[in-house]
Design a protein around this ligand. Structure first.
Ligand code: GLU
Length: 447
């Protein structure tokens, strides 16, 4: 396999799909050497098959807003790869959603899910519906209209969607309600991230953030460091940032910044429980403004418009919002300010140039597909509970999540340790995930 050739071919076919091409290039560059040691992969054209999704569904979603006006959005489900299990991955509702974005996310999800040690393939979906400024009733009508199209292509052994940016417990609830009505069966295994009283798993809401901090702990431990007493800056204030902030504080770190599309809130004494709880209200309000934190707690948080979390001095940076939210200039600013660790919690949160800057400076850096895999891993645990009609306690789920994050860390170390001892977690995660999917594809023949 020659990365340049494959990329040139993909660029010709999908030249405008920049996020998708970025995600593919990163994986192929990391696995090139290992892949070329396996002529059987080359013979079965594993890479050529793996970079294209199995199929993409595109559909129109029409709904009525509160003013009685008819609105139309586009909906998608990308079923990327089912080599090791049914398609599994979230739904993203965001105005910038395109097939390229969902293809990058579905591709990443395939490797991430392989890393979890659970039998889940990769998928992703969503819509260009913009939840900002929408009422609860509008969200409900949109979710119902979306599920009206989606329901026929999903199922517990087929494709299991969940949340992602713009889709949390509320949206999953509305979608599940509509699914149940259309399918005429109480089939909890069809979605994950459900409410705790109707088939959801305890700790699923917290899982992405908690898992990210467990991973960070292992990474720090390996480097001979401790999270206790460190200063953490994180971006976003949605479900993932909320879980990350909760666990970071519990482990003794000080969260000194959170940010949003409007700017950054500097919290010199560290975020407290009251503020963490308020993040949930901020998300539910659909205002998408981090300034609300400073308005609510003027003594504790100072808002600066137009600035990112990466402008605040910290030891550990945790991007928790969106792809490419941390660029090369941000990386350089962080390094200059003394930051020594960055764990991507968002999917592809750092640009390739930012990752290069971190790795050249020998910072501790780990990619989203390893760091944030606790979310989908706990979705996998939710699927097991649904299939066996039981509910595990918080302790049981937390222990399993912790064990999974530890094994993901070990896999990264195994495949990512370089000759000079530096651990390239990007390489480690990509090779570990790839090998598992490639082997399964090989064993299942040319399909
Ligand atoms: N959206 C999350 C992710 O990027 C979770 C997906 C899931 O639980 O299926 O991994």
């Amino acid at each position: 396999m020659k990365v340049a050739e494959i990329m040139a071919n993909l660029e010709q076919k999908h030249g405008h799909e920049v996020e998708y091409l970025q995600a593919v290039r990163e994986v192929l560059e990391s696995i090139e050497e290992t892949y070329n040691q396996h002529p059987e992969f080359e013979k079965a054209k594993i890479v050529e098959r793996m970079v294209e999704p199995d199929r993409i569904f595109t559909f129109r979603v029409t709904w009525v807003d509160d003013k009685g006006e008819v609105q139309t959005n586009l909906g998608y489900r990308v079923q990327f790869n089912s080599a090791i299990g049914p398609y599994k991955g979230g739904l993203r509702f965001h105005k910038a959603v395109t097939p390229s974005m969902l293809k990058f996310l579905g591709f990443e999800q395939t490797f991430k899910n392989a890393l979890t040690t659970l039998p889940m393939g990769g998928g992703k979906g969503g819509s260009d519906f913009d939840p900002v400024g929408k009422s609860n009733a509008e969200i409900m009508r949109f979710c119902q209209a979306f599920m009206y199209e989606l329901w026929q292509v999903i199922g517990p052994d087929q494709d299991i969607p969940a949340g992602d940016v713009g889709v949390g417990g509320r949206e999953i609830g509305y979608m599940y309600g509509m699914y149940k009505k259309l399918a005429r069966e109480y089939n909890t295994g069809v979605l994950t991230g459900k409410g705790a009283t109707w088939g959801g798993s305890i700790l699923r809401p917290e899982a992405t953030g908690f898992g990210a901090l467990y991973f960070t702990q292992h990474l720090l431990h390996k480097a001979g460091k401790d999270i206790k007493g460190t200063k953490v800056a994180l971006s976003g204030f949605g479900n993932v940032a909320w879980g990350a902030a909760t666990k970071a504080v519990e482990l003794g770190a000080k969260v000194v910044a959170i940010s949003g599309p409007d700017g950054v809130c500097h919290i010199p004494n560290g975020i407290d429980t009251e503020m963490i709880n308020y993040m949930l209200d901020m998300r539910a309000s659909n205002r998408n403004k981090v300034e609300d934190m400073a308005t609510k707690f003027p003594q504790k948080a100072q808002f600066t418009a137009g600035k990112k979390a990466w402008s605040v001095k910290c030891d550990i940076a945790l991007p928790c919002a969106f792809q490419n939210e941390l660029n090369c200039d941000d990386a350089k600013e962080l390094i200059a300010n003394g930051t020594w660790c960055c764990c991507e919690v968002s999917n592809m949160g750092c640009t390739p140039e930012a990752i290069h800057a971190f790795q050249s400076a020998k910072l501790l850096f780990a990619p989203g597909k390893a760091v944030n895999a606790g979310g989908v891993a706990t979705s996998g645990l939710e699927m097991t509970q649904n299939a066996t009609h039981i509910s595990w306690s918080a302790k049981e789920v937390d222990e399993k999540l912790h064990f999974i994050m530890q094994s993901i860390h070990e896999a990264c170390v195994k495949f990512g340790t370089q000759k000079d001892g530096y651990i390239d977690y990007v390489k480690g995660a990509n090779i570990a995930g790839f090998m598992k999917v490639a082997q399964a594809m090989l064993e299942q023949g040319i399909i």
